[in-house]
Ligand binder design. Structure first.
Ligand SMILES: C[S@@+](CC[C@H](N)C(=O)[O-])C[C@H]1O[C@@H](n2cnc3c(N)ncnc32)[C@H](O)[C@@H]1O
Length: 392
């Protein structure tokens, strides 16, 4: 150790990591789209049956040893990113911020040659200038460790009511970037949103899934992936570049239970059907999952199988009201052919009235538009059975 209490050299750092850091329980926040917190808590409870997962707006917190960080990044379909808490403290002035930040053991997170970028937000606080906060934090890291360059590792700082919360983004790029899909149609749904709605609809235990406006195929691809492998298997995560990573393990894990699954997708556009087909080719679903894609008009749909399943779709939002009303009405009429099927349709809130027989399951923001998940044969989010007691 040096006088300042810093480990001397890489070997000293590794010794300290083993002694102080790797065995400890750490605090995490799994961030999700607002509205999906209970579904995420449910998913995390499946991954860690012994864990406790209290929810906050836009996330689920939990305490766990470090290997859980790798597991959540690899296996959660609903979390958008996983933050590792570094510290929380009161800050009222820049000198106070500098002093407190300088005392934090940054070397454990960033190594002895730190490089990072800072993402700061500040509300209802004396310190509110985000650039100045970021500058002070970087200066404090440099004062502790000799320098602090620009790098890919992201430190997330939030100042709220004079309390600073510092976290490390362990995921890197958002987790909806699964890493296999290069091709997208217009207005694709995020994979994390598709995963949350599929969970709400009871996947992966539904044997037949049909999306009549499938676009580039997000719902179908996510459903196929559910019975194929863990969602993070195609990508890397930020924690793999951190000083503590090499100490414990590589990513891996058991494969989800193989449920048989038949997928049907159609869309009015031949071009987006070709995109969906290419995405399927890249994903390489498991053998027990079959899929059929075709160009066709949703106003003429029929059940694709005798066996009932789930119709799930993100309907076109459209700009021309009259044409859209006519489309929604014809689709609603056609859906009456799907008696015993479960149905989940994502529609703008303003258009809910056009589907009088469907129930509201969940409301949220999707790409800046307030949308509603409407359902048939499915429980409202609040009435759903949860694995997790923390869901109010
Ligand atoms: C909001 S996008 C769905 C995007 C899709 N969820 C995805 O992630 O790529 C709506 C889709 O509906 C399709 N569409 C529009 N009118 C249609 C119709 N009459 N029949 C079938 N598909 C239609 C559009 O081509 C578009 O791909």
């Amino acid at each position: 150790m040096t006088k300042a209490g810093l480990p001397q050299g890489e070997r000293g750092l590794q010794r300290r990591l083993k002694r102080d850091f790797l065995k400890k329980t750490h605090d995490f926040l799994a961030v999700c789209e607002p509205g999906f917190e209970r579904l995420l808590a449910d998913e995390l409870t499946e991954l860690f049956p012994e864990g406790e997962f209290p929810i906050t707006t836009g996330g689920v917190s939990f305490s766990a040893p470090l290997p859980s960080m790798a597991k959540v990044n690899l296996k959660s379909r609903i979390a958008v990113r996983l933050l590792l808490r570094i510290a929380q403290c009161k800050v009222h002035s820049y000198p106070e911020l500098f002093d407190r930040a300088k005392r934090l053991p940054w070397e454990l997170y960033l190594g002895l040659k730190p490089a990072c970028r800072l993402k700061i937000s500040a509300t209802s606080s004396r310190l509110h200038h985000t650039d100045n906060i970021a500058h002070t934090l970087k200066a404090a890291i440099a004062a502790r460790l000799g320098s602090c360059g620009e790098g890919e590792i992201e430190i997330v700082g939030r100042v709220f009511q004079d309390t600073l919360t510092l976290s490390l983004n362990t995921s890197g790029a958002p987790l909806y970037q699964r890493g296999y899909r290069v091709l997208q149609a217009t207005a694709p749904l995020r994979e994390t949103t598709a995963a949350a709605l599929l969970r709400l609809a009871g996947a992966p235990k539904i044997p037949v899934i049909f999306d009549p406006c499938c676009g580039s195929g997000t719902f179908l691809l996510e459903a196929a992936d559910l019975v194929t492998g863990w969602p993070g298997r195609f990508r890397d995560f930020a924690y793999q570049k951190m000083s503590f990573y090499r100490n414990y393990y590589d990513k891996g894990g058991d494969v989800p239970t193989p449920h048989k699954l038949q997928l049907y997708g159609s869309d009015i556009s031949a071009e987006v059907i070709a995109t969906a087909a290419e995405n399927f080719r890249r994903l390489q679903p498991a053998k027990h999952c079959t899929w059929q894609l075709q160009e066709s008009d949703a106003r003429k749909i029929h059940p694709p199988t005798k066996e009932a399943g789930l119709v799930i779709s993100n309907l076109p939002y459209g700009k021309r009201l009259k044409a859209q009303e006519a489309f929604y009405r014809s689709l609603a009429q056609q859906l009456s052919l799907f008696h015993n099927w479960k149905i989940l349709l994502l529609v703008p809130k303003a258009k809910v009235k056009w589907f009088p027989t469907l129930k509201t399951l969940l409301e949220f923001d999707n790409g800046g538009i307030r949308v509603v998940a409407l359902g048939q044969g499915l429980p409202h989010l609040a009435d759903r059975h949860y694995n997790n007691n923390s869901a109010p």
